[in-house]
Design a protein around this ligand. Structure first.
Ligand code: SF4
Ligand code: SF4
Length: 87
């Protein structure tokens, strides 16, 4: 297995590690992109300038929620079913 430096752990579905699931309240998002910058799994994607989290790789570490200036990323308990579902 080869791991690429620009997308760490892309060979593994790190979403399986998650016990907490981040949810972005987009109506309060200021588009600062700090969540994209700080995510250690590079799983925050940008569509039209708004962030979206790829839950197949989000490990639920919560760094994005800590770094988000308006605190509009909420960590919720991971549902039992489909832990790797995409947001
Ligand atoms: S919780 Fe946030 S920072 Fe952590 S892996 Fe998921 S999207 Fe990235
Ligand atoms: S850190 Fe928060 S405010 Fe900034 S782009 Fe991400 S969700 Fe939006």
């Amino acid at each position: 297995m080869v791991l690429r430096a620009d997308r760490p752990q892309r060979e593994n579905l790190t979403g399986n590690w998650r016990s907490l699931r981040p949810r972005i309240e987009l109506e309060r998002c200021t588009r600062c992109l700090l969540c994209w910058k700080f995510c250690p799994e590079a799983c925050v994607e940008l569509g039209g300038g708004l962030p979206a989290i790829d839950l197949a790789y989000c490990k639920g570490c919560g760094i994005c929620a800590v770094e988000c200036p308006p605190k509009c990323i909420v960590l919720e308990t991971e549902p039992e079913e489909e832990p790797c579902a995409r947001s």
